[in-house]
Write a protein that binds this ligand. Structure first.
Ligand SMILES: *[C@@H]1O[C@H](CO)[C@@H](O)[C@H](O)[C@H]1NC(C)=O
Ligand SMILES: *[C@@H]1O[C@H](CO)[C@@H](O)[C@H](O)[C@H]1NC(C)=O
Ligand SMILES: *[C@@H]1O[C@H](CO)[C@@H](O)[C@H](O)[C@H]1NC(C)=O
Ligand SMILES: *[C@@H]1O[C@H](CO)[C@@H](O)[C@H](O)[C@H]1NC(C)=O
Ligand SMILES: *[C@@H]1O[C@H](CO)[C@@H](O)[C@H](O)[C@H]1NC(C)=O
Ligand SMILES: *[C@@H]1O[C@H](CO)[C@@H](O)[C@H](O)[C@H]1NC(C)=O
Ligand SMILES: *[C@@H]1O[C@H](CO)[C@@H](O)[C@H](O)[C@H]1NC(C)=O
Ligand SMILES: *[C@@H]1O[C@H](CO)[C@@H](O)[C@H](O)[C@H]1NC(C)=O
Ligand SMILES: [Cu+2]
Length: 587
């Protein structure tokens, strides 16, 4: 009895305290073009908010509600915002990916994101509309935690964003990336590496203090090696998950990953120290002459003293994130209810462009956003067929333990991200290990308490095994976070507990969400093709280009392109028309 009373009153107290603390944070974000020259090499249009770029950091406390009214003032592009790593538990319609949980926000329209953030940590937000965020619509999102287990370990906080930077806009880059003129699928190589969207950043520090340094890689493509000269990092958080404090002298941060580290400063102000972000050039097919993959910043103890050049290091030996242990020691999910194998590869289709595939399907966005299909199809929402032929969809049952086995049949490194969850990384092979072979797994191969995060690297021609519980009804993308590979179709759709989702969102989708669909003439009911009468008739759905005809190898395409280019050398436009008929055959 006494115990019960105690529990009840402490529960009440907790609720009251929780209530008193939770606040609502409102932002009006007017998204529009501004000009910037972040690497000092080229002034170019970038996407800013309220006339400013870099865009603002969003900060909140755990439990707060964020209400962000986005107005698209870009005039010539649609947009959307995704809050990377936020579970959106009960609010999947606020998650942001276009054609998945919402329609594109066309120029001149507004759209309100309204959700609570009940998870502490380092996150970020970015456009989730066709390849747009590398044009600048990317910023930090920090959720503070009055109850942080590490709060007594540091004096102050520093936020650093790392990113790669292109001198050209994404639209033209995407058009040439995904075309017959690039049959090998070589990704554009960034021109610069940035910290806080600039170079040569000075970070003022005081001696004898410990800082919580929150780092985010907001890049489009490049992973970054990060190190602080003569200072040790103690990792305490990855992707919003607290970890047992773990020392590292260098970390490897893929696009979309985050790390919080504790750094204790020296006791003297005798000198300043460089820190470096160095883009992983293994990702680049060809390293252009003169590329500087590095960005340097300084921990500045005394601004009157020199800022020394970064010392050259002989090798990159980053900390292995697989060895991290979550602070809550959540045990490995042992019993798997549903195992999903995704075999990924890159290949050409009939239009000559290079696409990315899961199980031989490249993702193509459906006509009806997947969420609206789930909400408008009654009991048929549990049938994966209605979501189309190109969405790589999986319908997950409530509370099942899901395992994703991803086999990377490609010589590149890919950072995979799941919306709506942090997953356990049960296994990660070395490179060249080939497909996952469960028969080789013995007791103790999987960690007792695996690292959890929302973005993880799979090694070249290697594999990963991820596990999570389907405890968050919603429509959640699973995709490579290299923006080029999102464009080339390396995307799957998890449709989690669609019938519970229908109950959860029974009050309907906000009018302003449906309004942007109306403005863009996007249907909001029926199957992937917009058929509301026969849900199993997908006629008219969006499709991928057809396969290459038999005997037409990717090598043949490369040869064709080069022979056309050679034949019409100096007459680029004619060369272009010379290869056009191949495309025509596909339709
Ligand atoms: C969002 O902002 C736009 C532009 O200022 C305004 O017209 C609209 O009423 C706002 N929407 C809401 C729900 O406040
Ligand atoms: C959109 O507008 C920006 C800024 O004026 C411009 O640089 C860009 O080329 C335009 N994009 C398209 C697709 O017209
Ligand atoms: C945000 O969502 C809450 C909870 O659903 C609702 O009460 C509130 O009216 C919403 N506010 C706006 C501006 O949409
Ligand atoms: C770096 O950028 C973050 C996020 O925008 C900001 O909070 C921080 O103050 C910046 N740091 C410095 C030293 O300018
Ligand atoms: C700084 O001084 C404190 C207190 O004297 C000492 O405990 C600590 O080890 C010193 N730190 C370094 C990096 O020398
Ligand atoms: C970038 O840093 C690495 C590691 O120190 C070094 O090997 C390389 O020479 C640097 N590149 C340039 C262009 O400075
Ligand atoms: C979502 O909320 C439900 C109900 O409160 C909870 O059981 C579940 O663990 C939450 N899921 C996530 C991913 O936070
Ligand atoms: C499922 O779809 C079929 C074909 O459109 C339809 O006949 C059936 O009534 C639907 N079932 C439910 C429960 O909506
Ligand atoms: Cu990728």
């Amino acid at each position: 009895m006494a115990t019960n009373n105690f529990t009840t009153s402490s529960f009440l107290l907790y609720s009251l305290v929780g209530f008193a603390h939770a606040s609502t944070i409102n932002h009006n974000f007017d998204v529009g073009w501004v000009y910037a020259n972040p690497d000092g090499l080229q002034n170019r249009p970038v996407i800013g908010i309220n006339g400013q770029w870099p865009i603002p950091t969003i900060t909140a406390d755990k439990g707060d509600r964020l209400i962000i009214n986005v107005t698209n003032s870009l005039h010539n592009e649609s947009t959307s915002l995704h809050f990377h790593g936020i579970y959106q538990n009960g609010s999947t319609h606020m998650d942001g990916p276009v054609a998945v949980t919402q329609c594109d926000i066309p120029p001149g329209s507004s759209f309100v994101y309204n959700f609570t953030v009940d998870q502490p940590g380092t996150y970020w937000y970015h456009s989730h509309s066709r390849g747009q965020y590398p044009d600048g619509l990317r910023g930090a999102l920090i959720i503070h935690d009055p109850e942080s287990p590490h709060k007594n370990l540091y004096d102050a906080e520093i936020v650093l964003t790392f990113s790669d930077w292109y001198h050209s806009l994404m639209n033209p880059l995407l058009n040439s990336f995904l075309s017959i003129s690039n049959p090998s699928g070589a990704e554009p190589v960034p021109q610069s590496s940035l910290v806080n969207e600039t170079r040569d950043l000075s970070v003022a520090v005081e001696p004898g203090k410990t800082y919580l340094v929150r780092m985010v890689n907001m890049g489009a493509f490049a992973a970054q090696y990060v190190w602080f000269e003569d200072h040790t990092m103690r990792i305490v958080e990855v992707d919003g998950i607290y970890t047992e404090p773990t020392e590292a002298s260098m970390i490897y941060m893929t696009a979309a990953q985050r790390y919080s580290v504790l750094i204790t400063t020296k006791n003297s102000t005798a000198g300043n120290f460089a820190f470096v972000g160095s883009m992983d050039q293994d990702l680049f097919d060809v390293v252009p002459d003169g590329l500087n993959p590095n960005v340097t910043g300084w921990l500045v103890y005394d601004s009157t003293k020199e800022k020394p050049a970064a010392k050259e290091i002989s090798e990159f030996a980053p900390f292995d994130d697989f060895t991290l242990v979550p602070q809550d020691s959540e045990p490995l999910l042992q019993h798997v209810d549903r195992s999903i194998t995704l075999d990924m590869k890159m290949d050409n289709l009939i239009d000559g462009a290079n696409y990315a595939f899961f199980n031989d399907k490249t993702y193509v966005a459906p006509k009806v956003p997947t969420l609206y299909t789930a909400l408008s199809t009654g009991a048929n929402a549990s049938n994966p067929e209605i979501y189309g032929s190109y969405t790589n969809q999986f319908v997950l049952s409530e509370n099942e333990v899901i395992e994703i086995i991803l086999n990377n049949n490609d010589p590149g490194k890919h950072p995979f991200h799941l919306h709506g969850h942090a997953f356990q990384v049960a296994y990660r092979s070395e490179e060249e290990a080939g497909p996952y072979d469960a028969s080789q797994i013995t007791d103790g191969t999987f960690p007792a308490s695996p690292m959890r995060r929302d973005t993880v690297l799979v090694n070249p021609n290697g594999n990963i095994v991820l596990r999570f519980r389907a405890n968050n009804p919603g429509i959640w993308l699973f995709h490579c976070h290299i923006e080029w590979h999102v464009a080339s179709g390396l995307v799957a759709t998890m449709i989690e507990s669609p019938l519970s989702l229908q109950k959860q969102l029974a009050d309907g989708i906000p009018e302003n969400h449906l309004d942007v669909c109306k403005s863009s003439r996007v249907p909001t009911a029926g199957n992937a093709a917009g058929n509301t009468v026969d849900l199993f008739d997908l006629a008219g759905e969006n499709k991928a280009p057809g396969p290459l005809p038999a005997g037409f190898t990717p090598r043949g395409i490369v040869a064709l392109v080069f022979s056309c280019v050679a034949a019409f050398v100096g007459v680029g436009v004619v060369a272009w028309y010379g290869v056009a008929p191949i495309k025509a055959k596909s339709v």
